[in-house]
Design a protein around this ligand. Sequence first.
Ligand code: ACO
Length: 368
Amino acid sequence: MSPYAHITGWGMSVPERILTNEELAKMVDTDDAWIVERTGIRQRYIASPQDTSASLATEAALQALKVANIKPSDVDLIIVSTSSPEHIFPATACLVQDRIGANKAGAFDLSAACSGFIYALNVATNAIQCGSIKTALVVGTETLSRMVNWKDRGTCILFGDGAGAFVLQAAEEPGGLLSAVMRSDGSGGDALSLPAGGSRLPTSLATVAEGQHYIHMNGREVYRFATRVMSQATLEAVEKANLKIDDINLLIPHQANQRIIEAAARNLNMPLERVVINVDRYGNTSTASIPIATVEAINEGRLHPGDRVVFVGFGAGLTWGAAVALWNGPFAGKRKVRPVSYRIWARLRSILRRLVRHIEGLIWGRYT
Ligand code: ACO
């Protein structure tokens, strides 16, 4: 029988700087009352020049390893879901691999916008279930504040920065991800896009002058799409897990807009007490929103071993998806792992490897 992929670790990280609606009202023609009424958002965290998608991801990942009580070298695969990678390549996942010292892990980025964390959970689970790996680190991280036009009131009020991470581990006992659905509709891609900077429209003075390097969004179209697919995807995933919606203890939706979440809960006949909402404090952190909301739910005592939880999200692409999990928590283990010490070793290891590469270059000659 194929193993189950248990969620045994979790962590999150947000920048220090909080940007309130009142501050935004000094930057664009908006006000706190409008933003709260239309979105439920009151504040968001914004990356400082030192924060990057990889630095936030690294913090969240180390916390997740600490909870799971495993060493970075135990990780076989790192998937970083992000729409704001540090570069087109190398993958942000490789930067995280280097910074945590996961010296036996494969690493790649996954691009499915705000649905990415669900896609990544499903891909990691499948890799565990088919036996190719035993332990995966799944991270959702964003610094979308770097891609927002701070003069566009239609988008700049929505997004915030942050990262969240899960550790997934193989086990024979039932638990972890029970089912998942992943869907897409590329015909709606222009509803939410970042037009320039890729191979279709490489960055140039003209693309910058036209603001094509910013997020472009048709808010109403995305809203209509989101309210339709959130409940649909939830029901599909629940049915696939041979469960009923009443069996679900907690719904952890993508945090884009309080009205979208409430509409999904209404469509599912689910009381809001069983729905996690923290969009008021974080804004839309895209692919990081589901793991951040999960970590908060755990810290608030809302998620317990034995609970059945649904993660559901939607985003650019268009993409959407949902996953059902049986919550268990970390495996019992004796040794205590100290992630901070691993971080120092990872730094030393990275410097050493660069030095070796440099010396090899001196010996064998370098291309310039
Ligand atoms: N402050 C004040 N007024 C505003 C603001 C603002 N920040 N933004 C827009 N308005 C105005 C508009 O100009 C419009 O004025 P008009 O009627 O004179 O033309 C009016 O408010 C209504 O605008 P709408 O766009 O219809 O407002 P709506 O109620 O749809 O709310 C919003 C806009 C919040 C963007 C909503 O459409 C939404 O949340 N959509 C979904 C967006 C989303 O979730 N995106 C993320 C997807 S996930 C991912 O992949 C990253």
